[in-house]
Design a binder for this molecule. Structure first.
Ligand code: KMH
Ligand code: ZN
Length: 271
């Protein structure tokens, strides 16, 4: 089996220090969390940024500060800025970090309810515009799919040439409004992919570690981090993103799956 690529989603846009005190807001805190994840074995940092008071922002300048500071501490890590940002942001706002030409960025592949009254809007035309931007700048898309219909959209847009291969999917399962993170849902998603695609799984909340284990066993890759889950185990908050990554490394070691370095991850993903 290929080595395991671990992505750390260290910050997100929704989780706050009230949920878990180690959620990073300032640049120093973001670097601290990225470094802890990288040193534990993460080869990709999925990055959102915040103002110092915790407000989510897609500001190009703020991303540049964070990326430069992370690169000083973790020189070879792959940085994957979010183009999802936070619910309610405009497409132009969300796309700002692509102007920094990162190696990767997310591409959200469909609209869904996002808990409560929020709707995370990604129309087909939005997806095409975002995909064109990534293609133009030679940025590898991480194809975030929150349910099976999103995979179908990707395959249709890939056929039309809007999304170039090799395709790398990320199943984000367990969002309230998206597909749940039961094993059967994961298997349905995985079996819907073309043979030559790679995939990673991000299980939200209690789904994080069971789905990570399923991904490790089935040749997929894994995303963990405070964006998705703040608990190390039931009722025990994590002290850092690094602790969440360490747990994945322990599980992977037990199951005989080696961990990919950032350069090995680049090869696997065709970056
Ligand atoms: N914050 C969510 C609304 C992404 O990073 O591309 C969207 C999100 C997806 O987190
Ligand atoms: Zn995100």
């Amino acid at each position: 089996m290929e080595k395991l690529i671990i992505t750390a989603a260290i910050c997100g846009a929704e989780v706050t220090k009230e949920h878990c005190s180690c959620v990073p807001y300032t640049i120093d805190e973001i670097v601290r969390e990225a470094k802890s994840a990288y040193e534990a074995g993460a080869s990709i940092i999925h990055l959102h940024v915040r103002e110092d008071d915790g407000t989510p922002t897609q500001s190009k300048a703020r991303f540049k500060l964070a990326i430069d500071a992370i690169k000083e501490q973790c020189p070879d890590v792959i940085i994957q800025p979010s183009t999802g940002g936070a619910v309610g942001m405009s497409a132009d706002e969300r796309l700002q970090p692509t102007e920094l030409n990162p190696e990767m960025a997310t591409l959200d592949c469909g609209t869904l309810n996002f808990g409560g009254d929020d709707i995370f809007v990604n129309t087909e035309n939005d997806i095409i515009e975002f995909a064109k931007r990534l293609q133009f700048r030679n940025i590898k898309p991480e194809l975030e799919c929150f349910e099976k219909g999103h995979i179908d959209s990707v395959l249709r847009l890939h056929k039309k040439g809007y999304i170039s291969g090799p395709l790398h999917f990320s199943f984000v399962l367990g969002v309230n409004g998206g597909m749940s993170g039961e094993l059967r849902d994961f298997l349905f998603m995985k079996e819907s992919l073309p043979q030559d695609a790679t995939f990673s799984v991000a299980g939200i909340g209690r789904y994080e570690f069971p789905l990570a284990t399923a991904a490790i066993l089935s040749g997929g890759h894994v995303r963990v981090g405070l964006e998705d889950n703040i608990y190390l185990q039931k009722g025990i908050l994590t002290n850092s993103n690094g602790e969440l990554v360490e747990k994945i490394v322990r599980i992977a070691n037990e199951l005989g799956r080696e961990i990919a370095s950032p350069d090995e991850a680049r090869k696997i993903l065709g970056i």
